[in-house]
Design a binder for this molecule. Structure first.
Ligand SMILES: CC(C)(COP(=O)(O)OP(=O)(O)OC[C@H]1O[C@@H](n2cnc3c(N)ncnc32)[C@H](O)[C@@H]1OP(=O)(O)O)[C@@H](O)C(=O)NCCC(=O)NCCS
Length: 177
């Protein structure tokens, strides 16, 4: 493993700003670019949103950020993954390693993990790299959601991918969870 994951903290703000600014060009077409957004993200953490930073084990730099958003519990136990990877780690496979750790954490029993049963990834149809990520992680293509999210001043269509705990290696018996 070249990375580990942990929740963001206030002291990450400067490194986060630098990482997002360096990566604006590849994030911008697909996700909002908000270099000063960490304090607001920290304020929003709660039952329906949990964020993780993917950290490089060697130099401690921020490889990427993953939001587990729209968390609903009760009979659904569902969350939606949103993510960005940052230069200079982008395209080195570290983001995929970190995403695997996040998925693992999501499916791990509460309180060590989030205790979720289903995860979604919603991707704009032209976002080949993110679609490749969803497939690499084993997410199934479930369908097409027209005008799903408001991004870059328009309601954007999304392809919907999903994964349940039963499909994730090591989590074969989720019925009792
Ligand atoms: C989508 C996104 C997160 C993917 O991140 P990434 O940094 O490319 O992720 P990884 O580096 O883990 O991807 C693996 C790629 O690195 C390559 N790679 C290089 N070295 C590697 C290694 N040692 N091990 C594994 N893969 C390696 C793989 O071949 C793969 O490339 P491929 O997709 O062309 O096959 C990133 O492109 C991004 O931030 N996009 C903008 C925001 C965005 O679209 N977010 C998602 C919205 S739904």
């Amino acid at each position: 493993m070249r990375v580990h994951i942990r929740p963001p903290q206030p002291s990450d703000a400067d490194a986060y700003t630098t990482a997002v600014l360096r990566s604006a060009e590849h994030i911008g077409p697909w996700n909002p670019v908000d270099p000063n957004g960490l304090p607001e993200l920290l304020r929003r953490q709660g039952p329906s949103l949990r964020s993780f930073l993917i950290i490089d084990n060697e130099d401690g730099g921020i490889v990427g950020k993953v939001n587990v958003a729209n968390i609903v519990r009760a009979r659904f136990r569902n969350g939606a993954l949103g993510y960005d990877s940052y230069v200079p780690y982008e395209g080195t496979g570290r983001m995929t390693e970190g995403m695997r750790l996040v998925v693992d954490r999501c499916f791990t029993e509460y309180p060590e993990g989030l205790g979720l049963h289903r995860l979604e990834i919603n991707v704009q149809p032209e976002n080949d790299r993110s679609i490749a990520m969803a497939k690499r992680l084993g997410f199934r293509h479930e369908g097409f959601s027209p005008r799903m999210l408001f991004i870059n001043d328009a309601w954007r269509d999304h392809e919907r991918f999903a994964l349940t705990a039963e499909e994730w290696p090591g989590f074969a018996t989720p019925s009792g969870r």
